[in-house]
Design a protein around this ligand. Structure first.
Ligand SMILES: *[C@@H]1O[C@H](CO)[C@@H](O)[C@H](O)[C@H]1NC(C)=O
Ligand SMILES: *[C@@H]1O[C@H](CO)[C@@H](O)[C@H](O)[C@H]1NC(C)=O
Length: 721
């Protein structure tokens, strides 16, 4: 008991001392308590790693702190870079100046401890659009494409594609400080009015007195150095039941679906499969901001619309033995050195792996497809912003002269153009010595000479001035949010993509069967309209709701806006992949009248996948319940993880396969608070020291005198203090 009593006395004495000494400081303290605001943004620049580098951002483990300064004029830059008396600063800047040159200067000054970028897209006064911007390189993916090391074409020597990008690419640099984007107007108001204008903005060039308003940015990344290091640390065998992860490989799933079903007893013939492909991912500097409208969505929408149109001819093509199969293919992870396509080529080419490969028990294997089985390759790239009103056909100058049948490629181009001209779709080809723009097919052409065309909206440099960036917005491809409007007035883009899909459907039909397509073979404009709205504006749309697995319905309700097109880590399947997969299955497959429990492949069916989706609303239902539907199709998911992570003893520096990983991170947080003056901080510290010394004396005194102070019965209980 004596110990406890002693503890109480000591604490009380300390408390009295504190109360006696504190009043002079409570003013500042009270203001501080009043302002301690957490911002909503979670849109951080984060760290990724490849075999040799780390890129992106991180904060220190306690977060980076700095006095807030809003960069409004050039004077503010000199304030931050040299005149301001209270570094380090956290700067708030607008989107026009958030580019490579300004960023490099700010980071190099060592007076900037964090960056906040205004990105309130509904408010153009706050966020005016730059004329061009891309977080990617000016020659994207070059080091992993087919022209790497080519004397004529490497490093976009002949044609610089991505004019909005920079040589190294803004997101491919390593920044030592944290950065967040601010999509929310509330956050910006708090920073500008509540924090900056009230406490920090210099008055006529004179710095303000304390307290000043500071910002703390927490964006701590666990991985460091490179993928090799963090993977080794992650895989290190520990005795802990929960091994610590530092980084995870980027990756997801590719989607493939064939028109024909080839039984396991049959073999595919050489050159019997037409690959019709696009990519599903994009990149940008800040988490959650990958609108990808022209970069990615126009391609996905076109491929799906073609699938729906051709779905109607499936039985006919199936029944025609000489018809070529058509494999619809959507690649993931292409923005990070061609993850999905390089994996598919690896699986098709290697003796130890097989394509398509089962990746889950739900999936059954289609009949194997090897590189030799590919007849031709048609890829849809960005198609939303037509250069001179035309779509452009690109081919590869290196493999073209090596093709087995030299006329096949020119016949394809001729056929595509003439079908287009009948449908008012203006198609032109680029000059023969122009290399391919960044495209998944490059990974195939590195291994095989296949007649290949890539369809884009640009003849030379990208017409999309916001390729792979947070500005690749639906409004930039002239698609507006139609909400519940059933008959929107501005449907030019919808019409253009529908006509393109019709052209491609008829072209593929002809390429497969050798016959002219019936004029009834048409893409559906309503489908194109819904797809654009669902992917660009409204993920709660009917098409997505109908297509999702009931078990995932909740995740759709929580889906982020804009819909995320970042490949992310290889741990679970991306929502965009799942939805695209289910929509493709409906377009190419058939509904089976069966219950959820019996919606699975019979034992003897090795060529179809059975999917259960929510289906349409029940007629007359008041509770939004849905009928459910079982879809039987050849649509399946295949691995889109870089072979680098699966090959034993892979040479990390060989540059053959993508080595990108993403760091694991601590909770992200941005908060505003007031910092008292230096003098206040010093006094608080001194006060602490005084209290401590006084307590020592008291403890010493009480200990010495304890026998006199406390007379107590013998106690055998033990307390720790
Ligand atoms: C890793 O990324 C950096 C930055 O983009 C690049 O310079 C380097 O060549 C890459 N390393 C590999 C092995 O791809
Ligand atoms: C589907 O199956 C149910 C029960 O087996 C049957 O009552 C119904 O008529 C079937 N619907 C169709 C469209 O075949």
């Amino acid at each position: 008991m004596a110990n406890l009593a002693r503890k109480w006395i000591i604490l009380s004495v300390e408390y009295i001392l504190v109360l006696a000494l504190l009043p002079s400081y409570t003013d500042a303290k009270r203001t501080k308590e009043k302002i301690y605001i957490d911002l909503q943004t979670q849109n951080a620049c984060f760290r990724s790693l490849n075999a040799t580098h780390q890129i992106g951002c991180t904060s220190s483990s306690e977060g980076n702190v700095g006095v807030l300064h809003y960069l409004e004029t050039q004077d503010d830059y000199s304030w931050i870079l040299k005149d301001g008396p209270n570094p380090p600063y956290v700067v708030l800047m607008n989107s026009l100046e958030f580019n490579s040159s300004y960023l490099d200067i700010l980071v190099a000054s060592q007076r900037v401890n964090g960056i906040l970028v205004i990105n309130v897209l509904e408010n153009q006064t706050l966020t005016p659009f730059p004329g061009q911007f891309s977080a990617d390189k000016s020659c994207p993916n070059d080091a992993y494409g087919m022209y790497h090391k080519d004397k004529d074409y490497s490093n976009c020597r002949k044609q610089q594609w991505n004019v909005g990008g920079t040589d190294i690419g803004m997101m491919f640099k390593d920044y030592s400080i944290p950065m967040f984007s601010l999509p929310n107007e509330d956050d910006v108001t708090k920073l500008i009015s509540t924090c900056y204008e009230r406490f920090n903005r210099p008055i006529n060039g004179t710095p303000r007195n304390y307290p000043l308003c500071a910002v703390q940015l927490n964006d701590r990344m666990d991985a460091a150095k490179d993928s090799v290091t963090c993977t080794r640390r992650t895989n290190r065998i520990t005795n802990l039941s929960n091994p610590v992860r530092y980084c995870d490989p980027l990756g997801d799933k590719n989607i493939v679906a064939t028109m024909k079903t080839v039984n396991s007893t049959e073999q595919r013939l050489n050159k019997s499969v037409i690959v019709f492909a696009t990519k599903m991912d994009s990149l940008a500097m800040f988490h959650n901001e990958y609108p990808a409208s022209d970069s990615t969505v126009t391609g996905i929408v076109t491929v799906l619309a073609v699938a729906e149109a051709l779905g109607a001819t499936r039985q006919e093509i199936q029944d025609m033995p000489t018809a070529k199969d058509i494999m619809f293919t959507l690649f993931q992870g292409e923005s990070f050195d061609y993850i999905g396509s390089s994996r598919m080529v690896y699986d098709m080419d290697s003796n130890s792996t097989q394509f398509p490969q089962e990746i889950s028990e739900k999936v059954v294997s289609l009949q194997e497809i090897r590189l030799d089985d590919i007849h031709s390759f048609v890829e849809v790239s960005q198609v939303g912003l037509r250069d001179q009103g035309k779509l452009w056909i690109h081919t590869d100058p290196i493999t073209r002269p090596k093709l087995q049948d030299p006329t096949q490629l020119s016949d394809m181009i001729q056929s595509l153009k003439s079908i287009g001209s009948r449908l008012d779709v203006d198609l032109a080809n680029v000059t023969e010595d122009t290399p391919l723009p960044p495209a998944s097919v490059q990974r195939f052409l590195m291994k095989a000479n296949i007649p290949a065309i890539v369809l884009t909206d640009h003849e030379k440099q990208f017409t999309n001035k916001y390729y792979n960036s947070r500005f690749d917005l639906p409004s930039k491809i002239n698609v507006s949010d139609h909400g519940n409007q059933s008959d929107p007035s501005d449907d030019t883009q919808t019409q253009s993509l529908t006509d393109l899909a019709t052209t491609l459907a008829q072209f593929l039909y002809k390429l497969s069967t050798g016959k002219d397509a019936p004029s009834t073979l048409k893409a559906n404009k309503d489908t194109v309209e819904s797809l654009l709205q669902c992917f660009l504006y409204n993920q709660h749309c009917e098409l997505f709701r109908r297509s999702i697995d009931p078990d995932d319905a909740e995740s759709l309700e929580k889906a982020k806006k804009p819909f995320p097109f970042y490949v992310s880590v290889n741990l679970n399947t991306n929502q965009v992949t799942t939805l695209t997969h289910h929509i493709l299955a409906q377009y190419l497959g058939e509904k089976v009248n069966t219950s959820k429990d019996s919606c699975k492949a019979p034992d003897n069916d090795k060529t179809h996948q059975f999917l259960w989706i929510q289906g349409n609303l029940k007629p007359n239902a008041t509770d939004n319940s849905r009928v459910g539907a079982c879809i039987k199709s050849t649509t399946m998911l295949t691995t889109a993880k870089s072979p680098a992570f699966d090959i034993d003893g892979y040479d990390w520096l060989s540059g053959t396969y993508s080595t990108w990983t993403e760091s694991v991170w601590e909770p992200l947080k941005v908060r505003i608070f007031l910092v008292p003056s230096q003098q206040f901080q010093t006094t608080t510290l001194s006060l602490g020291v005084v209290i401590m010394l006084v307590s020592f004396v008291i403890v010493y005194f009480i200990n010495e005198q304890s026998d006199i102070l406390f007379t107590h019965p013998t106690s055998n209980r033990y307390y720790t203090y």
